[in-house]
Design a protein around this ligand. Structure first.
Ligand SMILES: *Cc1c(COP(=O)(O)O)cnc(C)c1O
Length: 396
């Protein structure tokens, strides 16, 4: 008896469409990279992938994935603790732990699962989870699945964090949970100050490094490197789906007892399939490449600086960034959509965001830079931004 729901869903879908919030999927017919082709036949330069180090189509990773399939098969057909752990899964966990300088790491199918399965095994009713207001949906869901008391502080606002920490002093254990880089502004969480407050108020610190790992810090090792916070951040979660190759897979890195407990009790780990050998093999190759050279990170940072400086010089209002996310502020929702559509006509693929994805009257175009971009891609984007900006009266 679907009829009742059918009518209801059709109505809801229509109101999503009428509010201009309907998410349409653009079809890409090439690998993920700087120059992509969409199925309408148009070739565009891509500035909206999380492909920060340009590894999504990297030949070494493709080769490593193929080799891992040859030596270790296609699928695991099991969860880790039954018969889904291969030597390479353990090697990849070790490589991730080494990268973040933690005792150990545990793999998940995605960072969504890493965050979803992090809190419930570790925290109970008598504990407190203190969350940044702009944290990713997966942290919010992970917190919801756990019985601990929930506290929220304003984005990266240390006064507000201190207020909340004081409020939570009566609880047994406290953990501060934050994104390393916030995806809409590209701002980096002030980890040095967060760690100071954590030490003052006896709280643990957890950071989601999805947009920061491979990107921030002198050699791209994430926020602990950026703020010299090694040993002060307790838990890192992250993804293999962004800078680290862009396929799929998540992880939690942290102290031995935490990782051991997650292997015993974390539900997305216990009740979901192991990640496939191809993804694990390519993941190992990523960390091997990082050990050999830092050239991709260096190139990414050169690209960020080049783009940012040229855009500011052209008169654009750009949020300060230490990450690979550059928010070009337009404030007006309709303008952001018109601007992005015009840029696409110019061959530049970016996304315009507006309320409720960002606060009211804070509409913007988000540009995500990559080591996969060459100077010509950046110049094409900058020139198109200027051309359309003049047309639409955004710059003089
Ligand atoms: C992308 C993202 C995730 C989800 O990662 P997946 O591995 O794609 O599930 C989690 N947290 C943050 C902050 C992210 O940006």
């Amino acid at each position: 008896m679907y009829q009742g729901m059918k009518k209801y869903l059709a109505g809801e879908l229509q109101s999503i469409e009428e509010a201009g919030l309907y998410k349409k999927e653009r079809i890409i017919i090439t690998p993920q990279k700087a120059d992509i082709k969409v199925n309408e036949g148009k070739q565009v330069v891509n500035f909206c992938a999380n492909n920060y180090l340009g590894l999504s189509d990297n030949p070494r990773l493709i080769k490593a994935a193929k080799e891992a399939m040859d030596t270790h098969g296609f699928g695991m057909s099991s969860v880790r603790f039954i018969c889904g752990t291969q030597d390479i899964h353990k090697e990849l966990e070790k490589a991730i732990a080494d990268y973040f300088k933690t005792d150990d790491a545990i793999l998940y199918a995605a960072c969504f699962d890493a965050n979803g399965g992090l809190f419930e095994p570790l925290f109970g009713e008598e504990d407190a989870i203190i969350s940044d207001a702009l944290n990713h949906a997966s942290i919010i869901d992970g917190v919801r699945l756990c019985k601990a008391k929930r506290y929220r502080y304003k984005n990266a606002d240390m006064q507000d964090l201190e207020r909340v920490l004081q409020e939570a002093q009566g609880d047994r254990f406290r953990i501060i949970a934050t994104d390393g880089v916030f995806s809409m502004d590209g701002n980096v969480a002030p980890m040095d100050k967060i760690c100071e407050l954590a030490e003052k108020y006896d709280a643990m610190v957890m950071v989601d490094e999805c947009h920061s790992a491979g990107v921030v810090g002198p050699t791209g090792h994430g926020v602990a490197e950026q703020f010299d916070c090694y040993g002060r951040i307790d838990i890192h979660t992250g993804t293999l789906g962004k800078a680290f190759g862009g396929a799929v897979g998540g992880f939690t890195a942290g102290p031995q007892e935490v990782i051991d407990m997650l292997r015993q009790r974390s539900r997305p780990y216990l009740f979901s399939n192991s990640i496939p050998p191809a993804v694990v093999g390519a993941g190992l190759e990523v960390f091997k490449m990082f050990k050999e050279s830092n050239e991709l990170h260096t190139k990414l940072m050169e690209n960020v600086t080049y783009f940012h400086d040229k855009m500011v010089a052209a008169g654009f209002d750009i949020k300060p960034t230490q990450s690979a996310i550059c928010a070009v502020m337009l404030y007006d929702a309709k303008l952001s959509q018109e601007y992005a559509a015009r840029l696409l006509e110019e061959g530049i693929y970016v996304t315009g965001f507006y309320y409720p994805v960002v606060p009211k009257d804070q509409a913007r175009i988000r540009v995500q830079l990559s080591a996969g971009h060459e100077r010509r891609h950046l110049d094409h984007a900058i020139n198109s931004f200027i051309k359309v900006g003049k047309e639409l009266g955004v710059i003089k």
